[in-house]
Ligand binder design. Structure first.
Ligand SMILES: NC(=O)c1ccc[n+]([C@@H]2O[C@H](COP(=O)([O-])OP(=O)(O)OC[C@H]3O[C@@H](n4cnc5c(N)ncnc54)[C@H](OP(=O)(O)O)[C@@H]3O)[C@@H](O)[C@H]2O)c1
Length: 263
């Protein structure tokens, strides 16, 4: 495998770091391409990968090309690249909202789409992976190997990537909002900011680990910390009176609709 990342931004860096750390690929099998010299110097110095300015040069000899630029740059970048990418190269796109058929085109590229999320930066990513019309089982396995170097992944149909976006793609921001609110309330209730941050971060991370370690549903785990007439019951009762679950559903539907609109 020789892999080329077009765009050496946050997501590419997370995947490059993960695959090298996990021994999936050696640094000399990886090339990144980025217009910013500072970024290229950084990627070379930090990970020992080849870093070039020209996208066309970057894809020469690649068996997999990862498109990792902002979606609004897709057309210009793909126009420049399409002819330089050899026909048997796997095209893996992490760009939100660009349908596989737009990359498959008349050339008939094998395409796999991936929707990652920012916790990939710390090896705790959650990604959805969808095959384009021509992708093989081997292509999907390779995409899984890449994404599992930075977290977990699930296979979905391409149309379900909108739901993945609404859950795990945008999800970290929902939790940051909740944490912001929880920390703010804790400070109002008398805790210091540092203490509130530490307790909040560990509560969210710890609850996620507890659920990951258990076969119980989220509802069961919630019930276990909610004794009748207790403090948790008072808070959960308030959340439910204010229709918290309904609000989450409506918010995620907005993310889903927006994802479809952007596509
Ligand atoms: N971050 C997320 O949570 C997330 C989640 C799911 C999907 N994605 C997708 O992942 C992709 C990358 O996101 P990111 O957060 O890594 O963005 P990013 O940090 O902005 O990375 C994009 C990189 O591409 C470079 N670039 C710009 N024009 C280029 C060109 N013509 N050729 C080659 N490289 C070029 C940019 O350089 P400059 O900075 O110099 O412009 C930048 O280094 C996006 O399509 C996004 O939709 C991101």
């Amino acid at each position: 495998m020789k892999i080329t990342f077009i765009g050496a931004g946050n997501m590419s860096e997370a995947i490059v770091a993960g695959v090298i750390r996990r021994g999936v690929l050696a640094a000399d099998a990886i090339t990144v391409s980025d217009p910013l010299e500072e970024r290229r110097v950084y990627m070379e110095a930090t990970y020992g990968v080849a870093a070039v300015a020209s996208n066309r040069e970057a894809v020469a000899g690649a068996t997999c090309v990862v498109l990792a630029v902002k979606p609004q740059l897709f057309e210009a970048v793909w126009e420049e690249l399409r002819e330089a990418v050899s026909g048997d190269t796997l095209v893996l796109s992490i760009m939100a909202g660009i349908a596989a058929h737009r990359m498959e085109g008349a050339d008939g590229f094998r395409v796999v789409r991936v929707m990652p999320n920012t916790p990939s930066l710390v090896g705790r990513g959650a990604a959805g992976i969808a095959a384009g019309a021509l992708a093989t089982e081997e292509d999907l396995c390779w995409a899984e190997t890449l994404m599992q170097a930075v977290g977990v992944s699930v296979r979905v149909e391409e149309d379900q990537l909108h739901a993945v976006t609404a859950l795990s793609g945008s999800g970290p921001a929902y939790l940051f909002l909740l944490m912001e609110a929880m920390m703010g309330a804790a400070v109002e209730l008398g805790l210091g900011e540092e203490e509130a941050r530490l307790l909040c971060v560990e509560t969210v991370g710890g609850a996620a680990d507890l659920m990951a370690d258990s076969t119980c549903s989220a509802a069961t785990l919630r019930e276990r910390v909610t004794s009748k007439g207790g403090t948790t019951a008072a808070a959960i009762g308030t959340f439910q009176q204010q229709r918290f679950e309904e609000l989450v559903g409506v918010a995620m539907r907005s993310a889903y609709d927006r994802s479809r609109e952007l596509a």
